[in-house]
Design a protein around this ligand. Structure first.
Ligand code: HEM
Length: 478
C-alpha cells in the first residue's frame, strides 16, 4: 500500500488583485470619470498604478493592461480565455455577425473565408480606385478659394467613404446627402450611445430614437441586400471586395457565404474601413501643419520619387518617410484608441488575478505614450519608425491595428490608402490650421477631432521650389 506523505506542499498563493484608484462614486466606482475623460483617466491611472490597473465601472471590473507582454498574453498566447467584450454590443446591433463582432467557430470560418480578399496582390487592384478618388477630392479643393477654410476631417470622411464604396461594392457612395451616408451616421451614433450608456433602452422599446435607428438600419439593409441580389442575378466581372467575398468557398464544405453573412461583412467593412482611415489622415495633416519641417521633408520625398505625377502602387515602397509619418501619427492618435476583451475563464496577467466576466482593456493611446518604451512620448518624431529603431522595441508597444488572431484585416488596405491620399494631398497643397480653431480629442468608437479640422489651403509651389531643409527637433504636440 502506498504510504501517505506526512507533509503536503502548500497550494500556491492566489494571485493578488491589481492596484487601482480608491476614489469613485459608491457602487459605480470610476464610471463617470471614464465617461467624461477616458483618455485622461487611462493616462493618469497608468502613471499612478502601473501596467495593470483595476477600475470599477458599475458592476464591472475593468483592467487596463499597458505592459506589452501582458497585451501579448491577452491577444495572442491566451486569446482563447477571452471573447470580445460587452462594449461591442452596440456595434453588434448594426454589424450582426460580421468579422468585427462575431465570435468562436463562426468568426474563425468567416475570417478564413475573407482573408484571401485582403491579400497584398488583391489589394493592388484597389490602388487605382484610391488614386482616382483622391484626384476627385483635389479637383473639388481646386475650386475652393485659397483663403476660405475647409473642414478637412469632413473631406477625408467623404473620400474614404467613396473609396470603400468603389473598392468594396463598385458603387459610388459619395453623395453626402445620399441615403447610405445618412443612414450610416444615424446607426453609428446609436451604436456609440448604446455602447457607452448604462441606461440605454433596448432597441425593441418603441421610442422615437429607436424608431429612427430601425428605419436607418432597414435602409442600409435594403441597399446592401439589393446590391447583393443584383450581383447574384447578373454576376458580371467586378474587381471588388464584394465579388471576392461572394466567390470564396469553404475548403471543407465548399459552401459560400449566405446573403445575410455578406450583408454583415459589407456593412462591417464600410464602417470599420472608412472613419478609422479618415481620422488617421486628419491627425496626420494636423501634425504636419504643426511641424512645417516634417511637412517639407514629406513634400521633398514626394518630389524626388514622383516628380509631380500621381503615386502608383509601385511607388509606395519608396515613399519611406511618408509612411514613417503616418506610423508616427497612428502612434500619437491611434483611431482605435482602446478595445476590450471579456474573460471567460480565470487568468493571471503580469501576476494579477483576472476573474471570469472581468473586462480587459487595451488602449493603444496609453501604450503608445508609455515612457518606458518611447523617448519623449508626447513628441512627434517620425524617425522613431526607421527600421533599425523599430527592431529594438517590444512588438506590443505599438499596436494601432491590434494584434493576434483578431488583428485588423484591413491593415494593408488602410496603410496603402493613407499613403496614396497623403501623397496626393501634400503634392497638391500645404494645409494650415485656422488660428484659434479648437483641436480637441473626441474618443468615441474612434478617436476623432471633436470640432472637425478647419484648415486653409495653400496650393503647392512648383515642385522645384520645395526646400530640402533638414528635419529639426520636433516640438511636442498639445
Ligand atoms: C487606420 C485605419 C484602421 C485602424 C487604426 C484599424 C484598427 C483596427 C483594430 C485595432 C482592430 C482590432 C479590434 C479588436 O481587436 O478588438 C481592427 C479590426 C478590424 N478592422 Fe480595422 N482598422 C483600420 C482600417 C480598417 C480597414 C480599411 C478595414 C477594411 C477595409 C478594416 C476592417 C477591420 C475588420 C473587419 C476588423 C475585425 C477583424 C477580426 O476581428 O477578424 N479596418 N481594426
Amino acid at each position: 500500500m502506498a504510504s501517505v506523505p506526512s507533509t503536503i506542499a502548500p497550494a500556491p498563493a492566489p494571485a493578488p488583485l491589481a492596484p487601482g484608484p480608491r476614489w469613485g462614486v459608491p457602487l459605480l466606482g470610476q464610471v463617470f470619470e471614464a465617461w467624461r475623460d477616458p483618455l485622461g483617466l487611462f493616462m493618469r491611472a497608468r502613471a499612478e498604478h502601473g501596467d495593470v490597473v483595476r477600475f470599477k465601472f458599475g458592476h464591472l471590473r475593468y483592467h487596463l493592461v499597458s505592459d506589452p507582454e501582458g497585451i501579448r498574453h491577452v491577444l495572442v498566447d491566451n486569446a482563447k480565455a477571452y471573447t470580445k467584450s460587452r462594449n461591442y454590443k452596440g456595434l453588434k446591433l448594426v454589424l450582426g455577425q460580421g468579422l468585427l463582432t462575431s465570435e468562436g467557430d463562426f468568426w474563425r470560418r468567416q475570417r478564413k473565408l475573407a482573408q484571401p480578399a485582403f491579400h497584398r496582390e488583391k489589394m493592388s487592384a484597389f490602388a487605382e480606385a484610391m488614386g482616382a478618388c483622391a484626384g476627385q477630392m483635389l479637383e473639388r479643393w481646386g475650386a475652393h478659394p485659397d483663403s476660405a477654410a475647409l473642414d478637412v476631417h469632413a473631406e477625408l470622411m467623404r473620400v474614404t467613404f467613396q473609396i470603400v464604396g468603389r473598392t468594396l461594392l463598385s458603387t459610388d457612395l459619395d453623395d453626402p446627402n445620399g441615403a447610405v451616408g445618412k443612414a450610416l451616421s444615424v446607426v453609428l451614433q446609436f451604436a456609440n450611445d448604446y455602447a457607452e450608456s448604462f441606461f440605454a433602452l433596448p432597441p425593441w422599446v418603441p421610442t422615437p430614437r429607436n424608431a429612427r435607428f430601425k428605419r436607418a438600419l432597414r435602409t442600409l439593409d435594403d441597399i446592401v441586400l439589393g446590391i447583393i441580389e443584383q450581383r447574384r442575378r447578373s454576376p458580371d466581372a467586378h474587381n471588388d471586395l464584394l465579388s471576392m467575398l461572394m466567390a470564396v468557398r469553404d475548403q471543407e464544405t465548399n459552401e459560400s457565404m449566405t446573403d445575410r453573412q455578406l450583408r454583415d461583412e459589407v456593412i462591417t467593412i464600410v464602417l470599420a474601413g472608412h472613419e478609422t482611415t479618415a481620422n488617421a489622415l486628419a491627425w496626420t495633416l494636423y501634425l504636419l501643419s504643426r511641424h512645417p519641417d516634417v511637412e517639407r521633408r514629406v513634400a521633398a520625398e514626394l518630389r524626388d520619387v514622383l516628380g509631380g505625377r500621381a503615386p502608383s502602387l509601385a511607388d509606395l515602397p519608396r515613399l519611406t518617410f511618408t509612411k514613417m509619418v503616418i506610423e508616427e501619427s497612428l502612434r500619437l492618435y491611434p483611431p482605435a484608441w482602446a478595445f476590450e476583451r471579456q474573460a471567460v475563464e480565470p487568468d493571471v496577467i503580469c501576476g494579477y488575478a483576472i476573474a471570469p466576466g472581468d473586462i480587459v482593456g487595451i488602449s493603444p493611446y496609453a501604450v503608445h505614450r508609455h515612457p518606458r518604451h518611447w523617448d519623449n512620448p508626447e513628441g512627434f518624431d517620425p524617425e522613431r519608425f526607421r527600421p533599425e529603431r523599430v527592431e529594438g522595441r517590444p512588438r506590443y508597444a505599438y499596436l494601432p491595428f491590434g494584434g493576434g488572431p483578431r488583428v485588423c484585416i484591413g491593415n494593408g488596405f488602410a496603410m496603402m490608402e493613407a499613403q496614396v491620399l497623403l501623397a496626393a494631398i501634400v503634392q497638391h497643397a500645404r494645409l494650415e490650421l485656422v488660428p484659434d480653431h479648437p483641436v480637441e480629442l473626441s474618443p468615441l468608437i474612434t478617436l476623432r477631432p471633436k470640432h472637425g479640422l478647419r484648415m486653409t489651403l495653400h496650393r503647392r509651389a512648383p515642385a522645384a521650389a520645395i526646400s530640402d531643409a533638414p528635419l529639426g527637433p520636433s516640438p511636442a504636440p498639445p
